[in-house]
Design a protein around this ligand. Sequence first.
Ligand code: GLP
Length: 243
Amino acid sequence: MEIIKVKDYEEMSEKAANIVIEHMKSLKRPVIGFATGSTPIGLYNCLVKKYQQKEVSFKHATTFNLDEYVGLPKENKNSYHYYMHENLFQHVDIQPENVHIPNGMAEDLEQECMTYDRLISKNKIDIQILGLGLNGHIGFNEPGTSFKSRTHIVKLDQSTRKANARFFQSIDEVPTKAITMGIETIMESKKILLLVSGKKKADALATLLGNSDISEEFPASILRQHNDVTVIADEEALKKINE
Ligand code: GLP
């Protein structure tokens, strides 16, 4: 794993945007995997800015998002459909038919997972953005998820629901389930860019970068087996490593 140490959230976002853009420019039809949560918002802001400055176009890009809550309609402010539209898609020249986000409102969720996974297998992801959950989750793959998992439905950990409750009126409104790309699906991405910022993530990052075992109990540990992972982490997140 390549580790890029940066000062703060702004620098992390800027670096990440530069890497994504460079990668996009090297490909005719780039396939990008996007993540949600607080971490990549700065990256999306930078991408929008650079699009406005004509440094990048999304016209020929195809995108896949990692995950979506089950039971939240697209118009719901907490759905990841809404998030992506607000933070990135509505501001750039992406073709709506090239945007893929799991449908958490599908009548047949199992079928939705299979269809989504097949589509990713057909359009290999060139660069996948990841955030890091406090418990080491990637996408919504909670501790204990099989490393062999494909896109599937997950029951969210109480700790994850609690961590994400800040976006909702109360924790009761946080969905209990989600659809997520599986760990094996994520690992098939050609390049992975993991963004980690803030002291809240220091323990998780220390576990990831430490010498602990690669274990399903800490899903992100599998990334150590991928041959092209770049971690961009800021000083606060790296605190427990430099101590
Ligand atoms: C969320 C998302 C993940 C995200 C992670 C970290 O629950 N499903 O894709 O990477 O948790 O979120 P944040 O960036 O808000 O800390």
